[in-house]
Design a protein around this ligand. Structure first.
Ligand code: HEC
Ligand code: HEC
Length: 275
């Protein structure tokens, strides 16, 4: 246990330096001071997630640790291989959906219970974001290694690649126009990263100091959809594209799979730190 913590702080030390180099100009000064002291605001989410993982009891009395070990011992490296196909839910799941499935299937939470869903879905809720950040951190230092063995994985990957380049919405834009074609240009004063070539998945979930919260890749993808109007007014079967894709939907997970597969070989270093 001690070993992992040491490794973790060594690694996140590296992340902090890397991120400061790219993001220094606009970083608020109180955050710069924190970073100089070696403190990363995202670590609070890791700690909160670990606490929840070990102690939160579902209606049936089980905790995450009941099945996955104290401090998630049996989940080390799991995030590096996700999204992947799971037999028990017969779906390809990303981290967010996997955790939701475990809570509803194995801990007795009711997926339709509004109070539960608020704590799960919301950015500032107690469950999804801290748990995802903690579980992801258990793969720190490991290489991303997403495989496309299962037919459902292959199919979803193809869908992700197609969606990436598909032009939709009032502006006739696609993810790829911004992130593959216009990479390096600036939009709303932000440089455009190339999530595919740059293997950005290594630093997700990431703490974004502009919004002062932790984001999972689910949040990031859905937010780009919404912010850049990548949707049709009306549902169009042929275009295979929905208006503001619902959370944990195949549209989102397909794009995650596409990007994470491209990040194979990159080393997980989370939580990341971004503008
Ligand atoms: C009663 C047992 C049980 C509980 C409680 C439980 N899970 Fe799971 N979990 C499973 C099973 C079964 C799988 C599917 C394993 C497989 O197919 O490889 C799984 C898979 C996972 C995976 C993916 C592992 C991998 O190797 O890809 C993650 C991450 C995970 N669970 C997180 C959680 C979290 C976080 C909690 C608490 C909120 C939790 N689980 C609670 C049984 C449980
Ligand atoms: C109109 C341009 C535009 C479109 C279209 C767009 N994005 Fe983005 N995206 C951005 C900008 C700008 C940022 C950087 C935001 C920041 O710096 O915080 C970003 C950030 C990201 C990141 C994080 C990159 C990093 O550095 O870690 C990912 C991943 C991403 N977008 C995925 C997508 C996906 C998937 C789609 C299609 C559904 C999409 N984007 C569509 C402009 C766009």
């Amino acid at each position: 246990m001690g070993k992992r913590k040491l490794l973790l702080s060594a690694l996140t030390g590296g992340v902090i330096l890397g991120a400061v180099a790219t993001a220094q100009e606009q970083m608020p000064s109180h955050l710069q001071e924190l970073l100089e002291l070696g403190m990363h605001p995202g670590h609070a989410y890791v700690d909160e997630g670990r606490e929840t993982f070990n102690t939160l009891k579902g209606p049936n009395g089980k905790t995450c640790a009941s099945c996955h070990g104290e401090d998630g011992a049996k989940l080390e490296g799991a995030y590096a291989k996700m999204p992947r196909y799971y037999t028990d839910i017969d779906r390809v799941a990303d981290l967010d959906l996997r955790i939701l499935s475990c809570m509803t299937k194995y801990m007795g939470f009711d997926p339709k219970d509004k109070k539960f869903r608020k704590e799960f879905d919301k950015w500032n809720g107690r469950y999804r974001v801290p748990l995802a950040t903690f579980v992801a951190s258990l793969s720190n230092g490991m290489e991303i290694n997403v495989q496309l063995d299962d037919p459902q994985e292959k199919e979803l990957y193809k869908k992700g690649e197609k969606l990436w380049f598909m032009r939709v919405g009032a502006r006739d834009f696609s993810c790829g126009i911004c992130h593959t074609v216009l990479t390096g240009r600036r939009i709303r004063l932000q440089g455009l990263p190339d999530p595919v070539k740059a293997k950005v998945y290594t630093h997700w979930p990431a703490y974004r100091f502009g919004s002062d919260k932790m984001w999972t890749m689910e949040d990031r993808v859905r937010s780009c959809f919404k912010a850049y109007f990548l949707y049709e007014k009306k549902w169009d079967e042929k275009k295979d594209w929905v208006q503001k894709p619902p959370p944990y939907s195949d549209w989102v997970i397909a794009l995650e799979l596409y990007m994470k597969y491209a990040a194979n070989g990159g080393v997980v270093e989370v939580p990341g730190l971004l503008r």
